[in-house]
Design a protein around this ligand. Structure first.
Ligand code: BJW
Length: 242
């Protein structure tokens, strides 16, 4: 690490699919990843859901079942971030693009799921959001408003507004350190956060990833390797030296 961070300062950490890969969950854009298995236009757009809701429900049912039945475990990368939240004197906020629950399982409390959560559903009629660990069918009725066919996974598709954006930008504005972990930098607005922190006053930014992301040159510091190795090492140095 090439700059000391105020020990009472705010750390904002953006995570992506790469941090969960060593826990057995596929990334999207790595070789053989999710977008090599299914067409994103079919399963990750409101138009795809309108065209074929059953196909979309099946896609998310399978991924939800993987979380519920296989119970993937947080890896040392997740666990290091939980330790950072526990031991860092200042504020630590995880902003994750991931819809899995591995940051919660690791012990982090201060988490924003900007692309939603697989273990929740939402109703397009009454906007209720509730925990859900079973399959969702196109004729499941909404437990809140009892309409049929109005439930969908609580995830953010292309063309939809990511969640809690105001809170995220407020935290980025306050940040003394911005860390980006396991994300390819393809998807906005998350891919623009590194640029945003530069414009907001230039807090230190670091990318921890398997290989350089699209925005790699915008970071002040870059560390490459598997999240299970580079994240614990970076967190240890941060806790030791600030
Ligand atoms: C490891 C590792 C290991 C591997 N250790 N690392 C033209 C220009 C600019 C923007 C747009 C445009 N046209 C449309 C847009 C906007 C659009 C967008 O960005 N499109 C681009 C594709 C061009 N974005 C949107 O529509 C978003 N909404 C929006 O913009 O609203 C308007 C708005 C604007 C400004 C402010 C506020 C609002 C919504 C995006 C929704 C994304 N949804 C998905 C799917 C839903 C959830 C799900 O099914 O899971 O979210 S897409 C998918 O990509 C998923 C992910 O969260 C997201 C990011 O992927 P991620 O995490 O980066 O994964 P990968 O696979 O890409 O990368 C993995 C990385 O890990 C790699 O780098 C590996 O090297 C690394 N890795 N193993 C460490 N062991």
């Amino acid at each position: 690490m090439n700059r000391r961070i105020d020990p009472n300062g705010t750390i904002v950490i953006l995570t992506g699919a790469g941090i969960s890969r060593e826990s057995g969950l596929d990334t999207f854009r790595c070789e053989g990843g999710i977008w090599a298995q299914v067409d994103l236009e079919d399963v990750a757009t409101p138009e795809g859901f309108q065209r074929n809701p059953k196909m979309v429900q099946d896609f998310y049912n399978a991924r939800r079942a993987q979380l519920v039945e296989e119970k993937p475990q947080p890896n040392p990368g997740h666990l290091a971030l939980a330790k950072l939240e526990r031991d860092w004197p200042g504020r630590v906020l995880i902003v994750t693009q991931n819809i899995d629950n591995l940051h919660e399982e690791a012990g982090n409390k201060n988490i924003i799921h900007m692309h939603g959560e697989l273990l929740k559903i939402t109703c397009t009629q009454c906007d209720s959001v509730r925990p859900w660990d079973q399959d969702l069918h196109i004729d499941t009725s909404c437990p809140s408003c009892h309409n049929i066919g109005t439930l969908r996974p609580h995830v953010v598709w292309f063309g939809e507004m990511p969640l809690q954006m105001e809170e995220i930008y407020d935290a980025l504005e306050d940040a003394d350190l911005f860390m980006s972990i396991g994300t390819s930098g393809n998807v906005y607005p998350a891919a623009g956060f590194v640029q945003a922190v530069k414009q907001m006053g230039g807090c230190h930014s670091v990318e921890l990833n398997l290989d350089p992301s699209n925005g790699a040159t915008l970071f002040d510091e870059t560390v490459y390797g598997p999240a299970s190795e580079v994240v614990p090492a970076y967190v240890d140095a941060l806790l030791k030296n600030g």
